[in-house]
Design a protein around this ligand. Structure first.
Ligand code: HEC
Length: 239
């Protein structure tokens, strides 16, 4: 009896533990940076959301994410989101869509910027971090910049005002040639928060799943205790 219960409990606990420890899996073989993403850090997600809305959503959509859902998940006030993060005419219940026509984007940029809802899953957080910090001058490119992580990228260096401009030397090392509004450490933090936000929109259920996992474990602990009491009750007369 107790063996069966133990077996049953194990079979329930194991997947729950997997769920909880699943966390963020990093990838990106040729990328030698690593960012630690903490989806429990609401302030970081909020800063990331602000950067995303200010610098990215003009070109990239996150079409599976609604502003209202984001607001609720990361602890932002819906009225504030409506007042500060939305383009005119958008509602807080709308999905995060681009401001301009994809056809225009194609004409200006050569290709329509991809939707970013799932990019953290396809590329991995390390790759995105490396990409966003590695734009450098290249006079041969239409926007005057290139990127070793995505060579020949058609995306302009939209964060260069914050980061400053970089050049790549013959060995492939990047070094800054002009100052940006932010120090290097501040800029790296900003990008890290932005990447955290992209990880979040890639799988908003992760936030929920984390807290659900804890609840499941608590439930199982209570359940185990009750099962133990029951076992004692059953075996009392046998001994
Ligand atoms: C002016 C328009 C524009 C803006 C603004 C912009 N991007 Fe891009 N982005 C592009 C285009 C175009 C591509 C496609 C590049 C390519 O494949 O060569 C791209 C590609 C990307 C990719 C690579 C996607 C993939 O898997 O290949 C990521 C990640 C990305 N952008 C993130 C961002 C983030 C984060 C911001 C805000 C800080 C941003 N972009 C702002 C135009 C833009």
């Amino acid at each position: 009896m107790s063996k069966a219960i133990r077996k049953f409990l194990l079979s329930m606990i194991a997947p729950a533990l997997l769920l909880v420890s699943g966390g963020v899996s990093a990838s990106g073989a040729s990328v030698d940076v690593h960012v630690d993403i903490d989806l429990g850090n609401q302030a970081a997600l909020q800063r990331g959301a602000r950067t995303f809305v200010n610098y990215c959503v003009s070109c990239h959509s996150a079409k599976y994410m609604r502003y209202s859902r984001m607001a609720e998940d990361i602890g932002l006030n819906e009225e504030l989101v409506e007042a500060n993060m939305l383009f005119t005419g958008r509602k807080v219940t709308d999905h995060m869509l681009v401001a301009f026509d994809p056809e225009d984007a194609k004409r200006w940029l050569g290709q329509a910027p991809p939707d970013l809802t799932l990019v953290a899953r396809s590329r991995g957080p390390d790759w995105i971090y490396a990409y966003l910090t590695s734009f450098h001058r290249d006079a041969d490119r239409p926007w005057g910049v290139n990127n070793p992580i995505l060579p020949g990228t058609t995306m302009p260096a939209v964060l260069s005002g914050l980061q400053g401009e970089q050049e790549m030397d013959a060995d492939g090392h990047l070094h800054s040639v002009t100052e940006g509004e932010l120090s290097e450490a501040e800029f790296n933090d900003l990008v890290k928060d932005l990447v955290s936000f992209l990880v979040y929109i890639g799988e908003p259920a992760k936030l929920v799943r984390g807290s659900l996992g804890v609840k499941v474990i608590l439930f199982l602990m209570v359940f185990t205790f009750l099962a133990y009491l029951l076992k004692r009750e059953y075996w009392k007369d046998v001994h």
